[in-house]
Structures are given as structure tokens and as C-alpha cells.
Design a protein around this ligand. Structure first.
Ligand code: AMP
Length: 280
């Protein structure tokens, strides 16, 4: 695997691939890689693409300084995992390389960025829009792979690609889970063994809510009950549990639209904020 830290050398290398008509698949990440990330690499390889992964902990998308400072960084292990997964190129730039000067551009995604994550992490999706635009301009991929785990992020990137005419195909890859159902996340590395078991409550709450909704219950009816149940453990704090149209992210109260909905949850387990969702 070739490793690049500078935009200029990466671009020069990729230009040769493009001239040779080689199609590029791109997997942007913030590192601390796990099997979920590797499933995106695998999806790109399965499409027969020359696969570029980026690792960049993007300061612009963190609204909380301690979250940024505590974000796990495990580059040596990441390089090993990517090499074994058959990734062709790693782009791992410094913050200075990506932001040589403070960026002035702000993104808004009306309708999409004020709900759920947007409501609890002001400025987060502007930072995501900024870094993903930069990375798309640097790598110029033909295909880009994102996880369904961050569903709201996926809908926002879909809007970005559409609005800015990025010439690429987007793919959403299903969420990889631990055997017990816990969604894999870099942030899980910050959980103690005991908290890892407690963190299962997010997925369990999603599945309980789904069962209740399938029985004809409404979100208004079930939300207080499920929140109280999850928070029965004092180290768990649920921020939201939202049923929404999976394209527009408009919240809905009941299962009226078949195969059009997503049920999203976010909450703290101890100090660590986690998210999860299921498509319904
Ligand atoms: P992150 O490093 O958290 O920014 O994630 C990089 C990419 O990996 C994003 O597109 C995520 O949605 C995706 N991802 C994170 N966790 C998982 C998972 N458990 N399964 C599949 N994709 C994931």
C-alpha cells in the first residue's frame, strides 16, 4: 500500500491511474479502524476499483474540544489493517495540510442538518461538508463508500454530491455489528468492558421500538417509556430516538411509509457518545 501525507504527491500519483483509465474507489475515515471500515474497503474492491482510503480526524466537524482530543488515533494498527484488507493507497494528511489557513466556507443543508445529530452537534455537518468536498476534490474518485451507520451523514453527502455536481457514484454500506448487535464504532475503543455491554442498550432500544411500531404504536406513545427503560442504568443518557423518512429526514410518528423510514438513536454511555440506526 502506498502512503501519502501530501496533497500534491497524492494527486500526481492518482493522475497516472486516471490516465490509464483506472477507476478509483474512495473510503474517507477518521481512523481507529475496525471491521466496519474494512467492509467499505471490501465493497470498493468488490467493484474492481483502485481503492484509496483517507484517515483524517477533521477538527472542523467536532463541536466539542474534549471529543476531538479524546478521539482514538491508532495509525500503526490502521496501516496494518488496510494493508491486509488490500487497500491500494492511504492518504493520511496533517491538519495543516488540509487547513493551511482557517476555512471560511460554511455549509448548510436545509431540512437535513438541523435534526438529530445536527440539533445536538451544531456546526458538525458544515465541517463534514467542508472536509468531504476537499477530499473529493483532492482524490477525484469515481465511487465513494460511506457507512449506513451514519445515515444522516450519508443523506447530507448525497445532497452535497448532487448540488456541487461531484462526478461520482455514492454507495451506502450496511452497518457492521458485534455478534451481540452493538454497532462497531471507533468510539467503542473508549468504552470499558462493562460499558461495552451497557452500550448494547442503543441497538436493543431500536429493536424494541421497531417491534412496538410494527404493533401499531406511535413514537409519541413509546418514546418516554423506552427512554426511561434505557436510562434505568444511570450511566446511559438517551439524546434522541427519531423515526424519520430516510431520504428527507422529516420525522414521522407511525409506520405509514413502507421501506422509506429510518429509526435513529443517539446517547451517552458514560462519557462516550454513540449513535446507531436501523432502516425500517
Ligand atoms: P468514521 O471513521 O467514523 O468517520 O467512519 C468512516 C466511515 O466508516 C463512515 O462512512 C462511516 O459511516 C463508516 N462506518 C463507521 N462504522 C461503521 C460500521 N459499524 N459499519 C459500516 N460502516 C461504518
Amino acid at each position: 500500500m502506498e502512503i501519502f501525507r501530501e496533497i500534491k504527491s497524492l494527486k500526481a500519483f492518482l493522475r497516472k491511474k486516471k490516465l490509464a483509465q483506472i477507476q478509483i474507489g474512495f473510503v474517507p475515515t477518521m481512523g481507529a479502524l475496525h471491521e466496519g471500515h474494512l467492509s467499505l474497503i471490501e465493497a470498493s474492491r468488490k467493484h474492481g476499483l483502485f481503492t484509496v482510503c483517507s484517515i483524517f480526524v477533521n477538527p472542523a466537524q467536532f463541536n466539542n474540544a474534549s471529543d476531538l482530543a479524546n478521539y482514538p488515533r491508532t495509525e500503526t494498527t490502521d496501516i496494518d489493517l488496510l494493508t491486509r484488507a488490500g487497500c491500494d493507497v492511504l492518504f493520511s494528511p496533517s491538519a495543516q495540510e488540509i487547513y493551511p489557513q482557517k476555512a471560511g466556507l460554511r455549509f448548510t443543508f436545509p431540512g437535513l442538518d438541523t435534526v438529530m445529530e445536527g440539533a445536538f452537534r451544531p456546526g458538525h455537518f458544515s465541517g463534514v461538508g467542508l472536509v468531504v468536498s476537499k477530499l473529493f476534490n483532492i482524490v477525484e474518485p469515481d465511487h465513494a463508500f460511506f457507512g449506513q451507520k451514519d445515515w444522516q451523514q450519508f443523506t447530507i453527502i448525497r445532497q452535497l454530491v448532487h448540488d456541487l455536481n461531484f462526478n461520482l457514484t455514492l454507495h451506502a454500506v450496511p452497518t457492521m455489528r458485534e455478534e451481540n448487535g452493538l454497532a462497531m464504532s471507533s468510539r467503542n475503543q473508549r468504552l470499558s468492558a462493562e460499558e461495552k455491554i451497557k452500550a448494547l442498550v442503543l441497538y436493543q432500544t431500536l429493536k424494541l421500538a421497531e417491534a412496538e411500531l410494527l404493533n401499531g404504536k406511535t413514537m409519541h406513545e413509546i418514546f418516554p417509556k423506552l427512554k426511561a427503560l434505557a436510562e434505568n442504568d444511570s450511566s446511559v443518557k438517551i439524546e434522541y430516538l427519531t423515526l424519520a423518512n430516510r431520504h428527507t429526514l422529516e420525522s414521522v410518528n407511525t409506520l405509514t411509509q413502507k421501506n422509506q423510514l429510518v429509526l435513529c438513536i443517539a446517547g451517552f454511555v458514560g462519557e462516550v457518545r454513540l449513535i446507531d440506526n436501523i432502516l425500517i
